[in-house]
Design a protein around this ligand. Sequence first.
Ligand code: SF4
Length: 228
Amino acid sequence: MQHGEPLDELVYSEVMFSDTVSGELPEHKRFIYETAIPYFEKRGIPTRVLRGQKTYLDCFYHIVSRGNAEGKLASFPLTGRCSIQRDCKLPPIRTYQKTLPQDTVYYLGIAADEPIRLARLKANQTSLLAKYNLTEKDAQAMCQAEGLLSPLYAFTGRGGCWFCPNASMRELRHLYNAHPDLWQLLLELQDVPNKATERFNRSYTLHDLDLLFSLEGEQLSFFTYGER
Ligand code: SF4
């Protein structure tokens, strides 16, 4: 906008956990709907919100039809090969793209210092950050200055679904402490029988993580008590 680049609209594909629960952490969802979308609306740029037909739960309960896990529930997406992007996030974008003129150009938020991602850009995609030689750090500073930095960045360097198998321990700990209702939804899935995998991520089941975080909490209260 600051360079006068043409921009018709923003497109946001919201991954859903279920028909009613978003895949975004609540504080990030609030930021998107209450800060980011209104910011651009005020400047004449509308946001188109898309949602796929499939939710995380649809993917979780999908019955595998071949291979070693045939007949089992697909269950937790795999670390490094998450199916949620493919099945929930991208399909509504692709469907919407089909309704747009062929010569539509898509701006992607890839910074000048992300050479691997930049090399993957297709002919109809472009990065304005790269065009104006702005790094990830520059982009963060610009967002901060405009009040457009999601509260997520207070505890993580990445955005992602709250059920992401690639989430760091810090992100998982945040989910456990700040959103026990969402944590409970994951714990309930751990108890569903006939899953293709018992592990939530590469190393742990949700019960392992639950125990770990609850012990951390007990230790913390022990130390706090001792300091009185
Ligand atoms: S943030 Fe994680 S769970 Fe969500 S689509 Fe990406 S890899 Fe999958």
